[in-house]
Ligand binder design. Sequence first.
Ligand code: FE2
Ligand code: FE2
Length: 440
Amino acid sequence: MNERQPIELVVALSSARKALHLYPPTHPRYSEAIDGLLEATATCLIEGPFTLNVHLGRLYHGSQVLPTDAPGLHSMAETLEAHRVESLTLHEGFNPHDAEMLIEVLGLRPSQSLEVAEQLEKRGVSTVTVSAIVDEDAQEAEERDRLRQQDRALYNRLLGVMRSLTQRIQKTGSTDVGDSAIIVESILGRLMEDSAAVLGLATMTGNTEPNLFHSINTMIYALVLGVGLGIPEEGLTTLGISALLHDVGKVAFDMTDPVEAEKARYLHPKIGAEVLSRLPEQDRTPMLVAYEHHMGRDGSGYPEREADYVTHPYSRIVAIADRYDRLTTPLPDGLGHTPDQAVMQLLRDTLTTFDQTLTRLFVKQLGVFPVGCVVRLSDQSVGIVSGMTGDSLRPRVRVMYDATGLALEPPKDVLLSDVGLEVLETVDPESLRVRISEHL
Ligand SMILES: [Fe+2]
Ligand SMILES: [Fe+2]
């Protein structure tokens, strides 16, 4: 085969595409174009199947690079790439029907779900085979989406477990909290695999059952801090259960009534401790945490106590986790702290209230821009922080809007250090008009 023949074949394919688009099948130009294509193909097929490869906007036949200035070659390369075709092979027996169908398929609007091979098969074309470009980004995005769905389902199951556990305590005064260990263990497993995904889960909030969400989120933050401290697994389970049940005293109140809710605010630690005191004797920690989680280091908070009262370390962890979740949960009026503002507030509070070493460690683990922060990047694109990296100033960001303000569908995950971008500023999430948790 001489060097002109592959070029002539693509030129013929390209002009057939044009002719089939412009003329009806009865028009002489239509059949001329098909004949021209079959002729060019027949010459190329003498030596066996003929393959065209596409790479970075160029067409190749074996080691021969086809010129982009021949008519239609550049647009053919673009069409094939848009359809994620890496190589296209024509086989012996290529006929007018297959030619028409190939052109029809290449004329379809490219999309993620459109597979050229599948479309050709559907049209009964057996003399054209294609191999698709393996899109690693798309594969990764698909896998991330699958895990995300799984995590969402897990969170919803945990809400269900927490709901029935709360109802059981409320109705029967039962202190069988065995189910809570299941919640802790399943979250702990995911936390070890992908802490960013779990921190993304903790941005979930609920208008109808805010306390259930708060319990689970507080547990997530407490576990993040516990893992950072190097607490062994058994201790983490106890910490998680304690965090999950820290507000259990609120079950005694109708939290929708403002007067009751205000009473609950001061009384729930005591009542929670009473409920949890009925747990088997070997596990007194949840009771202590329920009792102590509103006690400030400087003697502030409640219940009242002696000046030299020392709180359990887990109570100090849960106090920080509880505060961070309350700060970042939007209030009914839509206002709330953004994650970076909440971190600043925690650091201010720690001057008087919280354990300073623990707070610093917690802040270090969340990063300067915690998961859930909406940020504007140095190229003016806007996204949500979706993960931590070794560089706390350059997290992983799910870019939602590109530099021109265009919404990206699907959003694109970037590691700022890889793409040479910086965080310019944090942005009010309201301006994005999206629920952050739905995108993490
Ligand atoms: Fe509380
Ligand atoms: Fe709380």
